[in-house]
Design a protein around this ligand. Structure first.
Ligand code: CMC
Length: 390
């Protein structure tokens, strides 16, 4: 008793066995159920990748149709939710609202509280996939003071999300299919990433038997931090702050200065020590979207220059720091008209199938409650000192 393996930051501790996602950080490989992320991004779509993560195989045509229809049937949220939103300040950060409203779903679906029943777990998974875009768009509409838009089930998953974000009751909103495809690819690139901080949080919360809505809400909270999902928002803030290509060197110098806590946001990864394969696809999508919209965004020039300088710099080479998934996603999201404060919400939408797949795998494996130990470094036992003697 009292002797444990000490591994702060879980650098070398495997917390579970998993069949969902494989990463070879040295080679820059990311596979979902064996399929390379590049092929999925090129040939599949977000809902199909979601099916793959949840059920282990690519769906047949019939299975895909059934799954898509099932998700579509659950896109609406209980009308009471709109009252719930109204308790938040309009200037609340969207992630603060998301932590609350996603967790609140457990107040509406009592069957989700009994997670020992596989059917309950499955319907909760469908509900989460279906309602996350609705809740995310409601969050945005609430913060800008516009009416909530009901989901439209004649649209694809990503088209419907853009419609609920940017449509309004006064005029027709035409979804640009190229932009909807880019949105879909962004979701897909975020779909899962094995035992990252938010997924580990979902698993740890889930290991207690807590309901899936509460667990995903815990995952959203963990994702919010700037070292994790919050980095996409931080990247755009950083690029804006740099403001001009001529100031890129100064920024890189700051990142290298040990006395300066500043880090290049969107650079570095705990696991990838070669490159992040998602960042490559993301750069391609950024070029496509900016081309389609005819946008000549100076931020992309700053980002490209920053990437070039950092990749050639000894500090970044030595520490194996490469652009990660968050580096280019912000530029695409900005071009799609999505405000910076919603960036991490988009990450949360994309990561939802991964969170659910891991939560479900854990329950299927009948895993034990997660209960890390510690190395105690506090005072040894001592006697209580009464207040008048201290
Ligand atoms: N800029 C400058 N130096 C850095 C950076 C950076 N972005 N990232 C790491 N380093 C340095 C760090 O100072 C340390 O130096 P030293 O060995 O001299 O102390 C060394 O590289 C190793 O860094 P670490 O913090 O020990 O590495 P980690 O595996 O604990 O952290 C990370 C990984 C992603 C949190 C970190 O690289 C970082 O803070 N990056 C910026 C934030 C970011 O882009 N996060 C998104 C990650 S990808 C998507 C996601 O998971 O959500």
């Amino acid at each position: 008793e009292g002797y444990f393996t000490y591994d702060p930051g879980f650098v070398s501790t495997a917390s579970c066995e998993s069949k969902i996602t494989y990463i070879d950080g040295g080679k820059g490989v990311l596979l979902h159920r064996g399929y390379p992320i590049e092929q999925l991004a090129e040939e599949s779509d977000f809902l199909e990748a979601c099916f793959l993560l949840l059920y282990g195989e690519l769906p047949t045509k019939e299975e895909k149709e059934k799954f898509t229809t099932n998700v579509r049937r659950h896109t609406m949220v209980n009308d009471q939710m709109s009252t719930f939103f109204k308790g938040f300040r309009r200037d609340a950060h969207p992630m603060a609202i998301m932590c609350g409203v996603v967790g609140a779903l457990s107040a509406f679906y009592h069957d989700s509280l009994d997670i020992s029943d596989e059917n309950h777990r499955e319907i909760s998974a469908i509900r989460l996939m279906a309602k996350m875009p609705t809740l995310a768009a409601m969050t945005y509409k609430y913060t800008i003071g516009q009416p909530f838009m009901y989901p439209r089930n004649d649209l694809t998953y990503s088209e419907n999300f853009l419609y609920m974000m940017f449509g309004n009751p006064c005029e027709e909103y035409k979804v640009n299919p190229i932009l909807a495809k880019a949105m879909d690819t962004i979701f897909l690139l975020h779909a899962d990433h094995e035992q990252n901080a938010s997924t580990s949080t979902v698993r740890l919360a889930g290991s207690t038997g807590a309901n899936p809505f509460a667990c995903i809400s815990a995952g959203i909270a963990a994702l919010w931090g700037p070292s994790h999902g919050g980095a996409n928002e931080a990247v755009l803030e950083m690029l804006n702050e740099i403001g001009d290509e001529s100031r890129v060197d100064e920024c890189v110098a700051r990142a290298k200065d040990k006395n300066d806590p500043f880090r290049l946001m969107g650079f570095g990864h705990r696991v990838y020590k070669n490159f992040d394969p998602r960042a490559r696809v993301m750069k391609k999508v950024a070029d496509e979207v900016l081309g389609e919209l005819g946008i000549d965004d100076p931020l992309l020039k700053i980002a490209t220059r920053l990437e070039k300088i950092a990749l050639e710099d000894d500090y970044f080479i030595e520490k194996k720091l490469y652009p990660n998934v968050d580096f280019y996603s912000g530029i695409i999201l900005k071009a799609l008209g999505i405000p910076t404060s919603m960036f991490t919400v988009i990450f949360a939408l994309g990561r939802t199938p991964g969170w659910i797949a891991h939560w479900n795998e854990m329950h299927k494996d009948n895993s034990r409650i997660g209960r890390p130990r510690q190395l105690y470094t506090g005072p040894a036992q001592r006697d209580f000192v009464p207040l008048d003697k201290r």
